[in-house]
Design a protein around this ligand. Structure first.
Ligand code: URA
Length: 435
C-alpha cells in the first residue's frame, strides 16, 4: 500500500477501506508517513468527507493506536461523560459524585484546560494535595472501593489522535465533522467505559457555534459509539453564556460544592440532572428519566453526593475539609466590579470573551507550558435575560494585578450588551440524541 495512492483516492472522492485506514493510522503514528502526506490527506477528507463506515474505521484505528484501558475488573456498568468544552463548565465536579452516590461506578479520564475553556484536572488541583496522577491499578481499585476515580489522560491514550490533532490544528483541517467526531470518540473508546454520555455544547462559548452543527456532531458521535458496541447518548446544551456564575478554577469548585449542598445555579443544576439521569439509566439504577432525576435529587438532599465528593477528594490525596468548609479556598485578594452603564435587560454575554477574561487574570493556559493561577477568575452577578439597573454589578473579577484586572474588566464590559427590550429565555437543554 502507498500513501500516495490513498491521498489520490480520497482527493477524487473515493471511499477508503478499513485496511487502508488502518495502514494510514499505523504508519503515521509510527512516523513512517510524513506530516506533509498526512496534511494532504486531512485536506482531502476536509473537502470530500468520509462516510459512516470510514468515520467508524478511523475512530477505531485511532483508539487502538495506543493503550486501550481495560476496566473489566470494575464491577457494574462503568459510565463516562464527556463535554465538548465551554466556559464555567465545572460539571464533572458535581455530576461525578452525584452519579457515584446513586451506585453507578464513575471511572473518568479528564484533561487540562487550553485557551478560553478550563479543564477538570486543573479545577481539582485547586484542592490542596489532590492528585490525578493515578496508576491504572490504583484507578481501578479506587472505583471498586468508593465508586469514583478521576485520572489525567495518559500519554499512551490514542497517540494517533494526539499527533493528528496537532497537525489539523496548523493545517486548517480541524472543523470537519467526521474528523472532530472520530478524534473525540477515539479517546473515549480507549478510556474503557461501557457507556458514554456526551454533553455537546452550542453557542458563542462552544466549539460548535451553530445549533444545527452541534446536533450533527452529537448524532455522528452517538453513531460511532453505538457502532463500536458502547451505549452512547448525547445531550445538546447551551453555551451561549457561561455555565452557572463562576469562571476560574477554585471559584468553580466552590460553585460545584454549593450545588451539592442544594444551592446550585438553575442552569447548572438542570445540566447535572439531565446528564446524571442519562448516566444513572445507562448504569441500570433507574428505568425512567423521572426515577433517575428523583434519585439524584435525593442524593443531594440527604448529603450523600457531597459526602461522596469528600470521600473521592480524600482518596486522591486532597484535603476533604475544603469540601465541607469551602471558605478555605484561596481566592485572589484583589477585586474589581464591572457595573452596568445603563438600565434595561442583559441581552447578550459573549461567552468566549468571558472565558478570555479569566485567561487574562492568569486562570487559563496560553500554551501547554503555562503555569496557571488557580485562585483568579470572575463571578457573574447577572445572566442573560436578567433586568439590570444602571450601576448594578454585572460581574466581580478576582485577580492579583491591577493592570490585568482593568484589562479583563474592560473585556467583560465589552462582552455584555444591555438592551431596552426584555429578552426571551431560550431552553437551556436544546435536545437529546439517544440513537
Ligand atoms: N476536541 C477534540 O478532542 N478533537 C477535535 O477534533 C476537536 C475538539
Amino acid at each position: 500500500m502507498r500513501m500516495y495512492d490513498l491521498i489520490r483516492k480520497k482527493r477524487d472522492g473515493g471511499i477508503l477501506s478499513r485496511d487502508e485506514i488502518a495502514y494510514m493510522v499505523k504508519e503515521y503514528t509510527r512516523g513512517d508517513i510524513p506530516d506533509y502526506q498526512m496534511s494532504a490527506m486531512m485536506m482531502a477528507i476536509y473537502f470530500k468527507g468520509m462516510d459512516r463506515e470510514e468515520t467508524l474505521s478511523l475512530t477505531m484505528e485511532m483508539a487502538k493506536s495506543g493503550e486501550m484501558l481495560d476496566l473489566s475488573l470494575i464491577k457494574g456498568t462503568k459510565v463516562d461523560k464527556h463535554s465538548t468544552g465551554g466556559v464555567g463548565d465545572k460539571t464533572s465536579l458535581a455530576l461525578a459524585p452525584m452519579v457515584a452516590a446513586c451506585g453507578v461506578p464513575v471511572a473518568k479520564m479528564s484533561g487540562r484546560g487550553l485557551g478560553h475553556t478550563g479543564g477538570t484536572i486543573d479545577k481539582l488541583e485547586s484542592i490542596p494535595g489532590f492528585s490525578t496522577a493515578l496508576e491504572t491499578e490504583q484507578f481501578i481499585s479506587q472505583v471498586n472501593e468508593i465508586g469514583i476515580a478521576i485520572m489525567g489522560q495518559t500519554k499512551e491514550l490514542a497517540p494517533a489522535d494526539k499527533k493528528l490533532y496537532a497537525l489539523r490544528d496548523v493545517t486548517a483541517t480541524v472543523d470537519n465533522l467526521s474528523l472532530i467526531a472520530s478524534s473525540i470518540m477515539s479517546k473515549k473508546l480507549a478510556s474503557g467505559a461501557d457507556a458514554i454520555i456526551l454533553d455537546v455544547k452550542t453557542g458563542s462559548g462552544a466549539f460548535m457555534k451553530k445549533e444545527e452543527d452541534a446536533f450533527a456532531l452529537a448524532r455522528e458521535m452517538v453513531r460511532i459509539g453505538r457502532g463500536a458496541g458502547r451505549y452512547t447518548a448525547a445531550v445538546i446544551s447551551d453555551m451561549d453564556q457561561p455555565l452557572g456564575y463562576a469562571i476560574g478554577n477554585a471559584l468553580e469548585v466552590k460553585e460545584a460544592i454549593d450545588t451539592l449542598q442544594g444551592k446550585g445555579p438553575d442552569d447548572f443544576v438542570e445540566l447535572c440532572l439531565t446528564l446524571g439521569a442519562e448516566m444513572v439509566m445507562a448504569g441500570g439504577k433507574a428505568r425512567t428519566t423521572e426515577e433517575a432525576r428523583a434519585l439524584l435529587h435525593k442524593k443531594i438532599e440527604d448529603g450523600s453526593a457531597l459526602n461522596k465528593l469528600a470521600e473521592f477528594v480524600k482518596a486522591q490525596g486532597g484535603d476533604e475539609n475544603y469540601i465541607y468548609e469551602p471558605d478555605r479556598f484561596s481566592i485572589a485578594p484583589l477585586k474589581k466590579e464591572v457595573r452596568a452603564k445603563e438600565s434595561g435587560w442583559l441581552s447578550h454575554i459573549d461567552c468566549e470573551e468571558a472565558g478570555l477574561c479569566s485567561l487574562i487574570l492568569g486562570g487559563g493556559r496560553e500554551n501547554k507550558e503555562s503555569v496557571i493561577d488557580l485562585g483568579v477568575g470572575l463571578v457573574l452577578a447577572k445572566k442573560k435575560g436578567d433586568q439590570v439597573e444602571e450601576g448594578d454589578v454585572l460581574a466581580t473579577l478576582y485577580g492579583r494585578d491591577e493592570e490585568k484586572l482593568s484589562e479583563a474588566a474592560a473585556k467583560y464590559e465589552a462582552a455584555c450588551h444591555v438592551g431596552a427590550e426584555s429578552v426571551i429565555r431560550l431552553p437551556f437543554i436544546k435536545g437529546m440524541i439517544r440513537e
